[in-house]
Design a protein around this ligand. Sequence first.
Ligand code: HEM
Length: 620
Amino acid sequence: MPVIDIHNHFFPRTWPDLAARYGTPNWPWIKHTEPGKAEIMVGDRVFRQIYSACWDPEVRLSEMDRDGVEMQVLSATPVLFAYDRPAEHALDCARLFNDAALELCAQGKGRLKSLCQVPLQDIDASCQELSRCMRAGHLGVQIGNHVGEKNLDDPGIVTFLHHCADEGAAVLVHPWDMLGPQRMPKYMMPWTVGMPAETQLGIVAMILGGAFDKLPKHLRICFAHGGGSFTFLLGRLENAWQHHSVAHGVCELPPSGYVNRFYVDSAVFDERALQFLVATMGAERVLLGSDYPFPLGEHRVGTLIRSSRLTTTAKERLLGGNAVEFLGLEKSAATSEGTTASTSGGPIVTHGEQLTYSSYLKVPELLKLQHPQSSPQHHDELLFIIVHQTYELWFKELLHDLDAVVSNLRGAGANPESRDEVYEAARLLRRCTEITRVLVEQFTILETMLPTHFLAFRGKLEPASGFQSEQFRELEFLCGLKDEKMLRYHRPTPEAHALLERRLREPSLHDVFFDALRTMGKLQVDENATERERFDARARAVLSLYRDERSNRDWIDVCERLTEFDELVVSWRLRHIQLVERVIGVRMGTGGTAGSSYLKLTLDKKFFPELWEARTLLTE
Ligand code: HEM
């Protein structure tokens, strides 16, 4: 997996005298002090000491080799944003530095890429400049976390972010123009205190201001410096949201429901902070970002991640896998022609190469993912691995479809007049039942393995157990069967633990289904009702749908699909128990349970018991 640093900066060796060009003072300029060293000046004030890595591609490349970094995605620095200047000056300045970035990248042997900047005080000009830059070869844009008093939920900025999503541009949000300057004149406090607060403010504004609800899910947006104070204070934000209506904002979900909508970089400089970041955001949401080559950057890029106790898989994701997704590199490999960015870690962007069956489906990678533990290798262990992997792939598809069902039902609840979302939910649920039918059947393949053959390698598997199937538990939580105790089996894998914690907090399919019935006026529950009374009210709401078939055909279809899904999951549990008994009798499981007698207790579990209760009520 390539190592890609998505947050680092450059300064051209020279640029025009901006103060003279625009006739206004205090523009940044560069003062070369000795060979290879310079100062960024703002007017007469020294803003920052820099060195030749800022402008010399050879120096950059050799330091990248030293640090084992294959690709850098560079951006100018916020001191150049000029959002508080006349828009035409900010646009001209943006163009100068955007073109300078491309010139530097052109000398980077395919290993340097860039993010542009835009005059964010003028949305139309920003959209145009972004489109120009994307055509010219930038991978996205770096923006500040506010424009004067406008936060990132400002309608104009949301329009711009929409445009970024349409253009497939990655967005890096960098704090700038820090709050409280009078109280932070010394000790680098604007960097150490102001920046984290600004970044947190940017994220919170986007969440509570409803920006994420308005923006498409395919927007790829990342916040610098680990998202500032956001993750550490998410609990505080969530608490305020849950208990004080004034803290609600206009968002649809609690704040924690949005952590899957953005990325953060890894520039936190402390292993515990990195672990916490990964636990909160998920290993798929944190990207290597170094702030290189500035004094506050990581001195040996990637060291924090490499030396951490994260799993190898998580490290690979943080070091480069997530960046490939964030930057849309795979997509550009599939769609664009031209130069190849081949790197020492293997090709990242296969520009010009024809897509094939194998390269699209990653067949070579897939076929290398089976690693039997028995030695000498037992013939049936390969089957054991492949059957489990196949289950996990289908679990992935189920989660994908059920997430879409949740959002369709949410849409249906929000707009009871439109039936499109209800039909779509029913259509996808039918796919889920068909997949689950295959999953019930698939156990028969494993039953071709003799119990003696399984016992020959079973000892190698302990303490791994199906209990640790993170996706199976995700499916249960997503559908509404939330059992916090099950989290303990995922302690060895912090990313899985964090993901499941998130699923626990998020509204389930069960919640969203009944919320929709509530907004349609089919379900009324008294605020002081007991849990039993609430259950009865939900069952009666379902009953009312069935009693008026002509008006509710589409909703009845959803109910039938949900019931069938529930039924098939119970069949899955039963067939799994039969398999277990066939292979290990009533012996204990590798996860430490009593085996089949424990699993039998799970047979009573239902995702939607109200749908079954409604049937009893119907026959009364
Ligand atoms: C030789 C085959 C298998 C045996 C002997 C077996 C055994 C067991 C046992 C004893 C448990 C209870 C937990 C424990 O103590 O480990 C369990 C749980 C589980 N197994 Fe299997 N299993 C087999 C195949 C499979 C397959 C093919 C899957 C497919 C994904 C699977 C998925 C699960 C899941 C998801 C759980 C947790 C169930 C729950 O919490 O309700 N197992 N298995």
